[in-house]
Design a protein around this ligand. Structure first.
Ligand SMILES: NC(=O)c1ccc[n+]([C@@H]2O[C@H](COP(=O)([O-])OP(=O)(O)OC[C@H]3O[C@@H](n4cnc5c(N)ncnc54)[C@H](OP(=O)(O)O)[C@@H]3O)[C@@H](O)[C@H]2O)c1
Length: 239
């Protein structure tokens, strides 16, 4: 059954969000793709797919922007079946070691990468609630957000932000524990060449990773009892 899929952070042709958009369009679904600024690559997809692709501007770091996007989207759609929170930001100090990191930059990363997806879920919940199937929310997290498996001495902002996203996801899992109309997960999407650079050693292209995730998400839609933090193979990852 064709579905309405909303994906955040989709403007970069080499990154994961854009390739998820492409995979869902190829399968015949309708996609609401969010961007911060106009994207030539997405505009080209719009020319190919027409009404099947709806592009909307949304800054997930701003509640006002997220609510404005929701008002815009609901003029065109009466429901959303799948929300993929993919957008991410990191600070310029992300790769630095702890003692070289400006700790004052961390809050912004957490606000966008950790809290941003929660803003989106809160604003768009009324549209998710109108799905005729189990509405699915997939928060793209990272192994870097696992406290149990933390091994790094850098990426302080990113790790804290993804751990926050994982906590926010679990809070919502509790909120909806008696509601089998919505299901939520956080997912480590694998190691992916999302920067588009040919010397990137990651094993998966964004296009390959997007299809692995697309299939996994459909398998997980009605899984209410399995682990909530999973890898791209559907295996539990420790929080
Ligand atoms: N690459 C990997 O191996 C890997 C591993 C684990 C997890 N992940 C996760 O996979 C996801 C995709 O990664 P990626 O490398 O493809 O990401 P990316 O290339 O950095 O793209 C992320 C997107 O988020 C958008 N964005 C940034 N700030 C935003 C904001 N305030 N509001 C709305 N959108 C905003 C960016 O928009 P602009 O284009 O306007 O900047 C961009 O399109 C992320 O959640 C990442 O943490 C990736």
């Amino acid at each position: 059954m064709a579905q309405n899929v909303m994906i955040t952070g989709t403007g970069r042709s080499y990154a994961l969000g854009f390739n998820l958009v492409l995979r869902y369009l190829e399968k015949g679904d309708t996609v609401i793709a969010t961007v911060r600024k106009e994207s030539e690559a997405l505009n080209e997809l719009k020319e190919l797919y027409g009404e099947q692709l709806y592009i909307v501007t949304m800054d997930i770091g701003s509640t006002e922007s997220v609510c404005a996007a929701k008002e815009e989207v609901e003029k065109h759609f009466d429901h959303i079946d799948l929300l993929i929170n993919n957008a991410v930001t990191v600070s310029e100090d992300c790769d630095k070691e702890f003692f070289d990191t400006n700790l004052d930059l961390i809050a912004h990363t957490v606000d966008v990468t950790g809290i941003g997806p929660l803003r989106v879920i809160k604003a768009f919940y009324p549209l998710l609630a109108k799905s005729e199937q189990t509405a699915l929310v997939m928060n793209i997290s990272s192994e870097a957000g696992s406290i149990t498996r933390c091994y790094r001495t850098n990426m302080v902002d990113y790790g804290i932000a993804k751990a926050a996203l994982n906590m926010g996801t679990m809070n919502l899992v509790n909120v909806f524990k008696d509601d089998d109309h919505i299901n939520l997960f956080c997912v480590h999407p694998g190691w992916i060449r999302t920067n588009g650079k040919p010397d990137n050693p990651a094993p998966l292209s964004s296009y390959e990773a997007a299809e692995i995730l697309r299939k996994l998400f459909e398998e997980k839609r009605n899984d209410f009892t399995g682990p909530r933090f999973i890898t791209n193979e559907g295996v539990e990852y420790p929080f």
